[in-house]
Design a protein around this ligand. Sequence first.
Ligand code: LLP
Length: 418
Amino acid sequence: GHPFFAWKDGQLHAESLRVEDLAREHGTPLFVYSKAAMLAALGAYQRGFAGRRARVCYAMKANSSLAILQLFKEAGCGFDIVSGGELERVLAVGGKPADVIFSGVGKTRAEMARALEAGIGCFNVESEAELEVLSEVAAAHGRKAPVSIRVNPNVDAKTHPYISTGLKGNKFGIAHERTLAAYRRAAELPGLQVVGIDCHIGSQITDSSPYLDAMDRVLDLVEAVEKAGIPLRHIDFGGGLGIDYQGVLPPAADQLWAQLLRKLDERGFGQRELMIEPGRSLVGNAAICVTEVLYLKPGEQKNFCIVDAAMNDLPRPAMYEAYHGILPVRRREGAGTAYDVVGPVCESGDWIGRNRELDVVQGDLLAIMSAGAYCMSMSSNYNTRPRAAEVLVDGGKAHLIREREPVADLMRGERLVR
Ligand code: LLP
C-alpha cells in the first residue's frame, strides 16, 4: 500500500532517493514526505470530481507544515482551518482567503474578526450561540459573515470513538432537528449571509455506507431549508476518508465519489457547488518517520526495541492505540524477533508498535509508515524533546522543509523569577 516508499536492492527508497542517505544527512527522527504521493492522493479526488463544480479544502490540521500547504495551494486546493493560527499559516504561504473555510466548535471573537478582515470564504458554524456571536462581530466590523451550518447527521461512522464526530452524543455540529430553526435564525441575523451547509461525520472511515447515509440526511435538510426560502449555494461533505494503515482498504476517493455523485444526481443536486474537507487521505500515506534503533533490551516477558522517535513525535499509538507499520530501512535476511518498539519518553504509554517481528541490531534505521497525517501536527515538546526535521522528496531531489528544532527555541519566551 506504499508505492512511493519501496525497497530497491534491499534499501528503502522515498521516490528515487535512499532513505538511509536522507537519514545520514539530516539525522533522526526524520519525517520524509513524497510529493508524488500527495499529488496522487489529491488526483484521486480530482478524477472523482471531473466535470463537477467541486472544491477540495485540505483539512490542514492533518499536517500544517508550510511546504505541505504550499504544495496543496499550488495544486489548486483551498483550506479548512480550525484556528486563527492555521489562518496565519495559509496567509504565510500566499493562500487565497476566499478559498478558506473555518471549522471548529470554539471560535473566539478575535479569530472571527481576523478571519473576517482577511475575507475568508465561509464560517462553518457549529452552534446556535456561535451564530449570535459571529453576527455581532461581523456587524461591528461592518461586514456580513458568509456562513454554513454544520449539521450533525447522527450517523455512525464506525470508527474509533475519539475520532467519530457525527453521532448525537457528540460536541460537534447542530442537531439535525435543530437545523431548520438555526437557519431561520441565521437568515434574520444582520451580520450573517447564509451560503451553505456542511457536515463531517468522523475520521479514518473505511466504508462508504456512513457517507451515503449522511448525504441522504444532509440533502433532506437542504430541501427543508430551501423550502423555507433560504437558498444554499454550496454543500460541504467534510473529510474523514480513511487510509490503509494495516491492510484494511478504504474505498478509493474516486470510487467513493462516483457512488456519492450518483446519489446527488438522483436527488437532483448534481449541479450544486460541492466542497469537501479531506485531511488524512491526502497526506497520511505520503510520509514515513525514520528512526534509529538506540538499544535492544531483551526481557523475560517482552523484548524492547528502543528507538529515537517517541510519543511526542508520533502521538497516535499512545492516544488511540493506533497501528503504524514499522519496516526496516535496510532489509536483512534473518528470522525476526518479536519486539515492542518504544521511544525514550518516560511513560509506559510511549510505544510506537507492539509485538512486531523485526530483524534488527543497534544502530539500524526503521521506517514508521503512514506518518504523514496527525503526527508532526500533533507533535509536542514533552520531555523537552525538540521537534523532528522534515524532508520533502520530489523525484530525485530532497528539500529540507523543517529544520530540526533547536533546544534553545524550546525555552524561548520563558522567564526566570526576579
Ligand atoms: N473537517 C473537520 C470539521 C474535521 O474535524 C476534520 C478532522 C476533518 C475535516 C479532516 O478529517 P480527515 O479527512 O483527516 O479524517 N487526530 C486524529 C484525527 C482527528 C480528526 C479531527 N477532525 C487521528 O490522528 O486519527
